[in-house]
Write a protein that binds this ligand. Structure first.
Ligand SMILES: Nc1ncnc2c1ncn2[C@@H]1O[C@H](COP(=O)(O)OP(=O)(O)OP(=O)(O)O)[C@@H](O)[C@H]1O
Length: 331
């Protein structure tokens, strides 16, 4: 007899689901799971609305939205609720960008990509219920780190996680196109969540031509207005890795023309504190020829990345011993 595919776990699956949960967390997580499973929305179509959520503290503000901590009333589940006014989106002419972001982000499910749990709208506003990344923008952490840069183990771990997220995007025909520390969020467990898919593109085969992204992160093919493919994200990962280690992007300049010139000439200065391994990795990503750029899987298995990840795990254990679990990512 053919079995129909079970899409949603039921109470019967709870023992299996709980098997990896540490003993001390079992009781509250089980209670939460049971509350979620008894929600009208569980496994069925449901029209969410702002009445389902209790709004709390203000977490941050973007160009077109404010983000609040919010609690789903029935399950008590906490989310980051991004609220955008339709009128402002209309004025900024970004309605399509927001819809694309919603469409793409709601189908991407990966540990290093910020989950869009649900979304809804009313007459004046659009609400995005997002997974919480309690440490906020990675950019803020980079700016407050000693010398505005991360050490090599931390940079290596973050490079791995971004490569992992991008690899998943590419396998799903999505190019991010706007990688930068401002578009990455950090969790209290030192894990990155790629966010901001406003510029990302769904790419069933075609090469694309739209100029987008941040100037300092633009790859040569986009500077020259040529067609490009998903390897633009590998270039951006090289720029990002450099920024983690140095504190600023490699082609940053006082004016647009100079930045473009440096990108075209591949004019990179490596400060003396950088290790051979990190320079090698960055060099393999910042290749003018798109086909020559290191693949994302190769980034994840690069010796400098693997070695740095192992060192970061030891660092984190030491930080947990010194400061407790909650404060590991504070600089
Ligand atoms: N999921 C989240 N968890 C915790 N904090 C968040 C989350 N999403 C956003 N924030 C906080 O809210 C701020 C604003 O987020 P938002 O996405 O609106 O801004 P943004 O990415 O800077 O957008 P824009 O590019 O439109 O300016 C972020 O900088 C961050 O501090």
């Amino acid at each position: 007899m053919a079995h129909s595919r079970v899409k949603h776990a039921t109470r019967n699956h709870l023992p299996h689901l709980m098997s990896n949960v540490p003993q001390e967390c079992q009781a509250p997580i089980k209670t939460m799971c049971l509350k979620m499973m008894s929600h009208d929305a569980y496994g069925k179509p449901y029209e969410w609305s702002s009445r389902d959520f209790e709004m709390g503290a203000h977490l941050g503000r973007g160009k077109f939205g404010r983000v609040y901590l919010a609690r789903e009333r029935h399950s008590q589940y906490l989310v980051a609720m991004k609220v955008m006014f339709k009128e402002e989106l209309r004025k900024g002419n970004v309605q399509r960008q927001v819809l694309r972001e919603i469409e793409i982000q709601s189908r991407l499910k990966h540990p290093n990509i910020l989950r869009l749990l649900t979304w809804f709208h009313d007459e004046t506003r659009i609400y995005l219920a997002l997974e919480i990344a309690s440490e906020g923008e990675l950019f803020k952490h980079l700016r407050s780190a000693p010398n505005h840069r991360f050490d090599e183990p931390r940079s290596a771990k973050y490079t791995y996680q971004v490569a992992n997220a991008l690899n998943y995007c590419h396998l799903n025909n999505v190019i991010h196109r706007d990688l930068k520390p401002e578009n990455i969020l950090l969790t209290s467990t030192d894990d990155l969540k790629l966010a901001d898919f406003g510029w990302s593109a769904h790419t069933p085969n075609n090469k694309r031509r739209t100029l987008c992204g941040t100037l300092d992160y633009l790859p040569p093919e986009m500077v020259d207005g040529q067609t490009y493919d998903d390897s633009v994200d590998q270039w951006c990962l090289g720029v990002l890795c450099y920024e983690f280690l140095v504190g600023n992007a490699p082609f940053e300049s006082n004016n647009t023309d100079n930045t473009y010139m440096k990108i075209r000439r591949l004019q990179i200065h490596y400060p003396s504190h950088l290790s051979q391994g990190s320079k090698e990795l960055i060099g393999l990503l910042l290749r003018k020829k798109e086909q020559g750029r290191l693949s994302l899987v190769e980034v994840m298995t690069h010796p400098w990345v693997k070695d740095g990840m192992a060192k970061r795990a030891i660092q984190l254990q030491q930080l947990i011993n010194e400061r407790g679990k909650e404060n590991v990512v504070k600089n």
